[in-house]
Design a protein around this ligand. Structure first.
Ligand code: C2E
Ligand code: CA
Ligand code: CA
Length: 657
């Protein structure tokens, strides 16, 4: 080992005691604490040394030795008391003070013990008594080195103070034996240095390792709590932060939890690529963080959901912030040269009315978001207690719905669609009916949206298409069957093939199947939907645009897709919107149908007057209670059979008004 290295090791050896301690303050405190930890060892050491000194004083009967023994005992008592105090209230005493008193006591004790042993040698007392006190002093010196290995200056200070007087006295004594005694004691120093330094290094390394793994664990925790895309907190991150936020706010201000779901984000991701999708999320995350800076925190949950917890003064305050949040989301952004506009739905829960715990607030904001989305896009909803009841009902229906198919509780009813000119049935619309053994009749308006949400609509729809196709196969060949199709069913893999297989197995020509779709199918510009419609149209299946006028009513869809029928929503015929204006709309739609060669069906006809009205407007087909409600397949077949007799046919014409 070269000199520089050696001095470096010495420096490192004592470094832990210097101000620029490479070990942390925490480690320093831990080491100081350990000085006092083995109180029993400290006590035994002090008592044996005091006893040995007292024995030596008594045997030699020398005043100096009595005096030194008394001094040693006083120091021992002082040290034991000090150790007890440190053990009882270690937090009250500063580590620096603890270390200083320990050091003073230890050094004084060692020096006095060394002086007693040296005096025994110098005064040439009884040889056995000399052996007793020298072995006692050296034993103490070695033992204390091991005990204080974590504090090398204390360890070596004590060893030096206890041994040096003996070495000096032995050298002065002059005999060969005494000279060898001095030599062997002196050799203790390098030996103890090696032992102490290896203990000390092991201790230091383990402290370093503990520090490193603690730092690593802290780093991992930060990663686990952060969303890698936006750098915002993720769900676990918010779960960790929210209770603190709520605690700080308690009694001072309200906390509003906003749960945001971006509308049609999936489309951006699918059509423009994940890179742009990620950039959109990051931009929105940054905007929201800036908006609530200093009064709230923003987190991104899986996919396209953001959750914001912010301090507000009141419910109107939360409302205002919600509109500011939506404003930030809606502000157009430019990503890689593309202009992108986003929108979102928001659910809000507010302390203390909607919950006081993080868990409650999250559940309620989520529920409010669910309701907001159920109403339509870009809606804001505050939580309200009725939502919980609705949710419970939905959950029950959802669970029961999965079983309904296997328990054969579902049936299909058929509602006639008649020719307004002849009164003859041209088509039957297949409508799902569910009679639950306990809950009774459940309306499709209730269970179809739930089936759509939970995905059960796919198997329900497949089953219903098969049933309807089988029923229709037994009807006269000029009567069609219409089946309602949910967007989710269309998106399911192999949907087109499934429908073609169902009609082939039932023996129904494709031209006799009509699929009713609503405009919201086209809100997502998915290539899958285009393929589905193209594939089935090519096979001969017909398409009807259902509930026209109830939604966006874009004429673009009509020119773009091969519809053979448009069904004017019943709200224009018999519903709340019926009236002079709606008559004009029906008229306009019917004229357009005539020009484009598309049949126009008026839905919801309940009276003879309405029949005349829609016929005058130019509608070619009609559907509604006036012509008949949805009936089981046997009755539908019976209606058709009756119609084929001349008398019934005349009746049908009469019915048509
Ligand atoms: P929709 O497709 O518009 O079906 C017509 C609805 O209007 C039926 O209600 C029918 O009973 C009702 N209706 C017919 N004539 C009149 C009338 O004169 N006055 C009034 N007030 N209502 C009339 P229903 O059977 O309760 O079905 C409600 C909705 O549930 C349907 O509306 C359809 O969107 C959905 N639905 C029903 N069955 C299925 C199905 O098998 N699959 C899918 N995807 N949706 C279905
Ligand atoms: Ca329909
Ligand atoms: Ca309809």
């Amino acid at each position: 080992m070269d000199g520089r290295n050696k001095s470096l090791r010495w420096k490192q050896f004592f470094a832990c005691e210097a101000a620029a301690d490479p070990l942390s303050e925490k480690a320093h405190t831990a080491l100081v604490g350990s000085l006092y930890r083995r109180r029993a060892a400290l006590g035994i050491g002090a008592v044996t040394c005091a006893l040995a000194s007292a024995a030596v004083a008594f045997i030699s009967d020398i005043v100096l030795l009595y005096a030194l023994t008394s001094l040693l005992s006083v120091i021992a008592v002082f040290r034991i008391l000090n150790a007890s105090r440190a053990a009882e209230g270690p937090e009250d005493v500063s580590p620096v003070k603890l270390e200083l008193t320990y050091r003073l006591g230890a050094f004084a004790f060692s020096l006095v013990l060394g002086l007693i042993a040296a005096s025994a040698v110098a005064l040439e007392i009884d040889p056995m008594a000399q052996v007793l006190i020298i072995s006692n002093a050296i034993g103490y010196g070695i033992g204390i080195c091991a005990h204080n290995a974590a504090r090398p200056t204390i360890a070596f200070g004590q060893l030096t103070l206890v041994c040096s007087p003996i070495v000096i006295a032995a050298l002065f004594e002059g005999s060969v034996a005494a000279a060898f005694l001095a030599l062997t004691i002196a050799l203790l120093f390098p030996a103890m240095y090696s032992i102490v330094s290896s203990i000390f290094r092991a201790l230091r390394d383990s402290l370093h390792a503990a520090d490193r793994s603690a730092a690593l664990a802290a780093e991992m925790e930060v990663i686990a709590m952060t969303d890698p895309v936006t750098g915002l907190a993720n769900r676990p991150g918010l779960n960790r932060r929210l209770p603190e936020v709520l605690e700080q706010a308690e009694g001072l201000y309200q906390i509003a939890l906003f749960w945001l779901d971006l509308d049609r984000f999936k489309e951006v991701n699918d059509l423009k690529g994940h890179q742009i999708g990620d950039a959109v999320l990051t931009t929105i995350g940054q905007r929201l963080s800036k908006l609530v800076e200093g009064r709230g925190t923003v987190a991104r949950f899986a996919g396209d959901e953001f959750v914001i917890a912010a301090a507000v003064e009141s419910r109107p305050g939360a409302s205002l912030l919600a509109s500011q949040i939506l404003g930030e989301v809606r502000r157009a952004m430019r990503v890689e040269g593309e202009r992108i506009e986003m929108d979102a739905s928001v659910g809000i829960a507010l302390t203390p009315d909607d919950g006081t715990t993080a868990d409650e607030l999250m559940r309620h904001a989520d529920l409010a978001l669910f309701e907001a989305k159920a109403v339509g896009r870009s809606q804001v909803r505050f939580f309200d207690r009725a939502m919980t009841a609705d949710l419970n009902q939905r959950r029950e229906i959802e669970a029961e719905l999965r079983l309904a198919l296997t328990r054969e509780e579902l049936t299909v009813h058929y509602q006639p669609i008649v020719d307004l000119a002849t009164g003859r049935i041209r088509c039957f619309e297949a409508l799902a009916r569910w009679t639950h053994p306990k809950l009774g009749e459940i309306r499709p308006d209730v269970f179809i949206p739930i089936a759509e949400d939970c995905g059960a609509i796919v198997s329900l729809g497949n089953w219903l298409t098969g049933e309807a196709a089988r029923a229709a196969a037994s009807w006269p060949s000029d009567v069609r069957v219409a089946v309602n199709l949910s967007p989710l069913q269309i998106r399911a893999p192999g949907s087109a093939l499934g429908i073609l297989r169902a009609i082939r197995e039932a023996g129904l020509p494709p031209e006799r199947l009509e699929l009713e779709v609503t405009e919201n199918l086209f809100l997502e510009d998915s290539p899958h939907i285009a393929l589905f419609i193209e594939e089935l149209s090519r096979a001969g299946v017909r398409f009807a645009l259902d509930d026209f006028g109830a939604g966006y009513s874009s004429l673009g869809y009509i020119s773009q897709w091969p519809f053979s029928k448009i069904k004017v929503d019943r709200s224009f015929v018999s519903g709340a919107r019926a009236g002079r204006k709606s008559d004009a709309i029906i008229y306009a739609v019917a004229q357009m149908g005539r020009t484009l060669g598309i049949e126009i069906v008026a839905e919801g006809i309940e009276t003879r007057k309405q029949v005349r009205l829609v016929r005058a407007a130019g509608c070619t087909l009609g559907q509604g209670y006036h012509f008949g409600r949805a009936v089981p397949s046997e009755i539908a077949a019976q209606l058709l059979a009756d119609e084929r007799t001349a008398g019934a046919s005349r009746q049908a014409r009469l019915r048509a008004g």
